[in-house]
Design a protein around this ligand. Sequence first.
Ligand code: ZN
Length: 310
Amino acid sequence: MEILFLEPVFKQMVWGGSRLGSVFGYDIPGENTGECWAVSAHPAGESRIKNGEYAGYTLGRLWKEKRELFGNAEGEVFPLLTKIIDAKEDLSIQVHPDDAYAGEHENGALGKTECWYVLDCDEDATIVIGHHAGSREELRRMVKEGQWKELIREVPVRKGDFFQINPGCVHAIKGGTMILETQQNSDITYRLYDYDRLSNGKKRELHIEKSLDVIEVPYKEAVTEEKRGGGSANTWFEELVECSKYTVWKGTVKGKEILKQDRSFMLVSVIEGSGSIGSTPVRKGDHFILPCGFGEEEVCGDFTVICSAV
Ligand code: ZN
């Protein structure tokens, strides 16, 4: 069965850089390219199938019309979104609602659970994840009084680190960091703090009340227990996280392995190296879907993938 390769969509952002071009070799639209929407059926930027029978189809159309490729998985919208993010500057500090809150307050939209695999970062880089308020009252007071330094939890980050960001978790990537993000297919974000920066002479809009509604207090670290080979038939897979929205693995090929695709469908991003799956060459920067019934193929080469499935 054929691998479905996808054409990414690029987004220019005030905080974006140029490494999606220099490191991943993409033909980026210019400086300040912050995001590569690699596997996306989101209306704000849909990727298209590059090869084979369905070449030119958007992923959304394929999901609607050819559901059998996805094992007849349920859902009105394609459930996942894979992005690569290149932050040259700090991103604003934000939080996402869960499905229940988003459904009620955002016209039935989905909430957002996401996770980050750190592709690269500067030495001494940090990442914002969580906060230090002990109670909801304390959180509200610290936000109102602008005690950001005391409130925001910042931790060191290294290449290869992995973070699960559940709804209600305060988070932000800082400048110099490049990540691969696997997330629910949603764009609902509440901006809590933007470092008091100005863009075009104005501060960007914040969503303080909604943020205060959804932030989990106190902050609890999401459990991301490492289970080598867990949740997958592939011994060369390392499970990064399994939650109610997705399972994400890192796969490392050195030489020959057997790839078993036993899920409804699997999303794959090659983040390092090159090789082949069956007779199909793959290399860093490729993003593709292994459809339902793909079965087993021999994989060869020296490369690393991040895979996800629902
Ligand atoms: Zn987020």
